[in-house]
Design a protein around this ligand. Sequence first.
Ligand SMILES: NC(=O)c1ccc[n+]([C@@H]2O[C@H](COP(=O)([O-])OP(=O)(O)OC[C@H]3O[C@@H](n4cnc5c(N)ncnc54)[C@H](O)[C@@H]3O)[C@@H](O)[C@H]2O)c1
Ligand SMILES: [Zn+2]
Ligand SMILES: [Zn+2]
Length: 365
Amino acid sequence: MKIRAAISASAAAPFEIAEVELDEPRGDEVLVELRAVGVCHSDLTMKAVWPDAISPIVLGHEGAGVVLAVGADVTRARPGDHVVLSYRSCGSCPECTTGHRPYCRDFRTLNGIGTRPDGSATMRRNGSRLYGSFFGQSSFASHALAYESNVVVVGDEIDPVVAAPLGCGVQTGAGTVLNVLAPPPDASLAVFGAGGVGLSAVMAAFASGVRTIIAVDPVASRRQLATELGATGTIDPAAGDVVEGVRRLTGAGATHAVDTTAKGAVINTAIKALAPLGTLALVGIRIPDFAMDVQSVMSGGKTIRGVIEGDAAPHEFIPRLVELHAQGRLPLEKLIRRYDFGDIDVAFADAANGRTVKPVLTQMN
Ligand SMILES: NC(=O)c1ccc[n+]([C@@H]2O[C@H](COP(=O)([O-])OP(=O)(O)OC[C@H]3O[C@@H](n4cnc5c(N)ncnc54)[C@H](O)[C@@H]3O)[C@@H](O)[C@H]2O)c1
Ligand SMILES: [Zn+2]
Ligand SMILES: [Zn+2]
């Protein structure tokens, strides 16, 4: 079928929105008409580093929309269902079967090779192959082909503009707090980077009653938003020593921390700002090689662990997030600014320059 898609040809080129041909759904595929798609920082990073060898590509991995058709093997979704799209997983490897789907052994093949796992492309333009299958969706488009493992039925009460970011950024920030760090009420959590992921961590910590929540970000409007969402203290890294700032607000340091900046210097600051036996979750992607402050990790008995997608299984976790939102405990609207699909370059620029925390594209047709 003919669809509209935003094509990324190279790091420097703006998106080109064009008509392209999308396959009919195969047996295991779900055809979704997209109503909204969030922009995650990972889209910015991937647009900048995506290999020329598998370009041009359609990115986008926070889609929300309505199911139009399903393949013969699909049981989880039906035409008419309102859905959020997340990442794909195989469901049968040891990590998937023990509830840690983001560490699926086939994660890369299912989410990041630009084609289906069998090497076939789902889209063509003027007869030439167009890469896609990004996070099993490629949702910078009017329609996407998704799969049972990444289609989550959410009901029609939640606005797709609000639901879209649940698929990655919100799941990641909230899941890192709720599923991985699980700070008790008397904990202190320091969040480095108050963007879409960091502020989702702040909201989840506040919703779970954590007493001390600190947000560190150079952008004043983001620190202000963090306070509105439940942060009990904020720190401007340009205004002085961040480690001292965290100690002032916590005493011995933060018991838990999250890095969403993917900057080596910030990660070392986060390590230093931990209390003895504290845990830092690394969430920012494409962290450059850097000299980690191993001495601080050793002498303080600290734990550093990576987290993908909040260690969340989308079919269980996203409905929980929808419920938290319905209860008013996940006020995502405060993070979101809407953009017409045609303004995707503006949305990307605003995400990069700090103007918008969570751009969400609409009017996909
Ligand atoms: N691990 C995962 O599964 C996963 C999932 C989604 C996103 N990500 C990654 O998480 C990161 C955050 O994504 P996002 O969408 O929230 O991005 P974002 O750009 O909205 O947020 C990053 C924030 O870091 C802040 N920052 C920059 N320099 C800083 C400094 N020195 N100290 C403190 N804060 C600083 C920025 O102002 C910004 O607010 C990205 O690297 C993204 O690729 C990872
Ligand atoms: Zn798996
Ligand atoms: Zn993402």
